[in-house]
Design a binder for this molecule. Structure first.
Ligand SMILES: [Zn+2]
Ligand SMILES: [Zn+2]
Length: 453
């Protein structure tokens, strides 16, 4: 048996909530100190030539009566149960992650028995299912704190070790490796070099490069994010100039795409070392969708419901964190005073509640927005759709964009716990932050976000 040299960067990324539920189940179904096993069934996603991410689609922890034998030195599942599991999930083209525990609290090593068993298992599944699934295996200590993971080839002859993470964002190769922090970031070094490095490796997709998106990009760019995918089909117009930093009359005259204008903002921050893909299409475009799926984080700052729905669906499918930004201004009828709001929403990673079941967007409006142009215009005329002429001001958009950037900073450096999701609404001139009690948003039967296990 060979141990492969690190050939590609393979990671298994499990959302924190799913990981917690999995661990609780693992610990619950153990009465003494016997070994336990659990499964994740994962979709393989090729992010780049050398980078592969595994996304869990389901997990299973067998009940005690699924075992033929279970002791501190080993375990065997009943054949019937095991076959049922594999048939159910591997036929769909998923790969299997097999996790077991070893007794004790030291960092566990795969045993010779593990090697032999897993080698046979890899061969078995690759030859019994048409999509030739692969085996990833993980071994944990008995309290599920320390672990090792590896992926097998289909012949069961060799394996390579892989990373498993269960935070919101995958941490890069060597978050603690010494890197020269650019003097540009000295005043924010208090947040740590690892945080700064992580920011510089993060790939962020921004959907909507208008009044909120452009400020957001300027702020997050200055914080240290260099890798961007920008998606927006619109061009700059004079009516945008009241709220786009650095945008000029000339750009509007030349009808710059908004994505090119935001790209210009990022390139103005980083003369070298940044990577910005500007995609001047709507979010439903296939290329745009692929880019969204392969990024680390999705931010949606558009003024329509359809793009938010699409972003949320992709975020759920590929288990990407989603940050949703919006503002609203209207005039109160009773006293003719303006009411102003900004809203920042981060649904929990991997489901629990989402923009749709949380009623943060309206599916009805999303459907209208996807209707053919004539119906769309009719609906807009009748006041069913928001239009480009909705009131918007720079300063309110800035509060929203700043808060979104602060949340991402917290997500990266760990000073903010987002596991249950957040939905914050700022109200002006009352100057109050309303924080939705997200427990009330928890849904179990949402068409979009209910996850199987
Ligand atoms: Zn073992
Ligand atoms: Zn939902």
């Amino acid at each position: 048996m060979k141990i492969q040299k690190q050939q590609s960067n393979i990671s298994l990324h499990i959302p924190p909530k799913m990981w917690l539920q999995f661990c609780q189940a693992m610990l619950k179904y153990r009465s003494m100190n016997e070994e336990v096993i659990g499964f994740f069934f994962c979709q393989r996603q090729q992010i780049s030539k050398n980078k592969i991410r595994y996304i869990p689609k389901a997990w299973v922890v067998p009940l005690p009566d699924c075992y033929e034998r279970q002791s501190a030195s080993g375990l065997v599942l009943t054949q019937q149960f095991h076959w049922h599991l594999l048939k159910n999930y591997l036929s769909e083209g998923l790969d299997v992650v097999h996790i077991h525990t070893h007794a004790g609290d030291i960092c566990p090593e795969f045993s010779l028995v593990d090697d032999r068993y897993e080698s046979e298992y890899s061969r078995f599944i690759a030859s019994h299912f048409p999509k030739k699934p692969r085996l990833i295996s993980g071994v944990f200590d008995e309290s599920l704190q320390k672990s090792q993971f590896r992926i097998w080839d289909r012949k069961g002859r060799s394996y390579q070790s892989i990373k498993c993470c269960h935070s919101w964002l995958e941490v890069g190769e060597n978050p603690n490796s010494l890197s020269n922090i650019n003097s540009m970031f000295i005043r924010q070094q208090i947040f740590g070099d690892a945080c700064q490095k992580h920011l510089s490796e993060l790939k962020v997709t921004l959907i909507g490069c208008g009044g909120i998106g452009s400020i957001f990009a300027e702020l997050l760019g200055r914080l240290g994010v260099k890798n961007w995918v920008l998606i927006d089909p619109d061009r700059l117009e004079p009516v945008n100039l009241n709220r786009m930093p650095g945008a000029t009359q000339k750009m509007a005259e030349q009808q710059w795409y908004k994505v090119d204008y935001v790209k210009y903002l990022i390139k103005r921050i980083y003369q070298t070392g940044s990577c910005v893909k500007a995609i001047p299409t709507s979010v439903e475009n296939e290329l745009a969708k692929q880019e969204i799926a392969s990024s680390d984080l999705i931010v949606v700052a558009t003024d329509n419901h359809l793009s938010r729905q699409v972003a949320q669906e992709l975020a759920l499918e590929y288990l990407r964190p989603l940050v949703c930004l919006g503002t609203h201004i209207d005039i109160k009828k009773s006293d003719n005073q303006p009411r102003m709001y900004c809203r920042v929403t981060v649904p929990p990673l991997g489901g629990g509640w989402c923009l749709m079941c949380g009623n943060i967007i309206s599916l009805q409006r999303a459907a209208l927005e996807s209707a053919p142009m004539e119906i769309n215009q009719m609906a807009a005329g009748a006041g069913y759709l928001e239009g480009v002429n909705d009131p918007a001001v720079f300063w309110l958009n800035s509060i929203c964009a700043s808060t979104g950037v602060g949340i991402i900073h917290g997500m990266v450096s760990g000073f903010l716990n987002l596991d249950a999701g957040i939905d914050w609404i700022y109200e002006f001139p009352g100057s109050v932050w309303h924080k939705t009690n997200v427990e009330h948003l928890e849904t179990h039967d949402c068409y979009f976000c209910a996850n199987g296990k």
